[in-house]
Design a protein around this ligand. Sequence first.
Ligand code: TGC
Ligand code: FAD
Length: 387
Amino acid sequence: MPDTRTPDFYNVESLLSEDERQARDAVGRFVDERVLPIIADCFEHERFPSELIPEMAELGLFGSTLTEYGCAGLSNVAYGLIMQELERGDSGVRSFVSVQSSLCMYPIHTYGSDEQKQRWLPEMARGKAIACFGLTEPDGGSDPGKIKTIARKSGGDWILNGAKMWITSGSIADVAIVWAETEGGLRGFLVEKDTPGYTTRDIPHKFSLRASVTSELFFDNCKLPAASLLPKAEGLVAPLSCLTQARYGIAWGAVGAAMACYREAVEFCRQRVLFGSALIHKQHMQVRLADMLRRITIAQLLVLQLGRLKDEGTMHHTQVSLAKWNNVRMALDVARESRDILGAGGISVECSPVRHMLNLESVITYEGTETIHQLIVGRELTGVAAF
Ligand code: TGC
Ligand code: FAD
């Protein structure tokens, strides 16, 4: 049985349904048996473990909250727990599933034509087709209302020009969901990988999310058929609605990364004897561990209530911003604290906190930086946009 519960200081377990526990524990087993044994090596050698894709598909992890087209139709709380377990393994693995599910299958399901749904969703649910989401551009990601990628109408086709940067799964994707300005406003397009004029280039030498593929995308006069346009996605609200789905999963995922770091720190403190006693006997160490537990407990309760609101259909995207901000900041602080508690050994790739800490530097930046989420909440409470 995987230990998917430690820490659980407020008995969050008692608030979960049997289905939710089962979904979490199935993914917990997968993470323990298949991800954790290889992930340090993947991180060290900058390799995404693509061999795990078929097993992730078998577990129903792609598009798991969607209905039909081979998707599992799980609750949002179950989805959150899945994200928690995946990120207990590594943010890069969670990121892959987030992008495939929340940023790519969700917009096809929500904004796509029947043909687009039939063409892509079953293949994506089976992990046979991989997708990426291109919104961020080289000149800045925080203000997607000002993107420069352009799609121009040419007869019945579209001609796409521009570039995207920092795109998860970019070079391994069979299809890219690309957001571009048109005469009629911002629209989304499905760009298949063999489209002439579409090229990708991986971004090397990352010190973060090393077990994840991150790429640039280039569009040089790409001719796209009319059927590549997502017909129901009009304006900035469409990509932002996808971000809400992914940010929701990240808020849960961050809890998993923090749980992993906390556990490693507690275990180390039990074993390490200094000045005549194990570190758990030191007052200052107990305060540090207690403080980690406090932060994790608050984050666990925050996402559970967020998930319940999402499942009842009353969640607002500004509530997701507060959770993404709080939980990723919490996880980054807990990872850094755990790294320090492990002493010199804590800088080794063999210990997970330093890997989680470095990964979380990306997580706190992508899907809206911490500042952007603070400003989103600030706008909600004052009515004044201060971006
Ligand atoms: P704004 O006026 O706020 O919004 C325009 C319209 O959209 C609505 N809206 C949202 N709807 C759903 N979800 C959200 N999160 C929404 N945010 C806004 C809004 O109500 C409005 O609707 P309507 O009907 O009134 O038109 O637009 P703005 O230009 O002022 O936007 C401001 C801001 C800063 C909040 C927005 O631009 C923003 O969120 N920027 C951050 C960009 C970002 O997060 N990029 C992420 C790229 S993808 C990524 O990082 C993937 S990493 C994946 C991985 O590996 O896991
Ligand atoms: P900028 O927008 O240039 O921001 C720079 C700094 O200015 C930040 O500190 C920011 O907080 C601050 N700032 C911005 N606006 C304000 C303001 N109004 N007031 C004060 N400070 C401000 N994007 C995708 O589209 N798809 C992906 O799959 C994807 N995957 C990613 C994977 C990784 C590993 C990483 C690191 C990023 C990924 N991104 C992806 C991009 C990510 O969404 C952007 O990095 C993020 O939105 C921030 O954009 P930026 O890096 O251009 O920073």
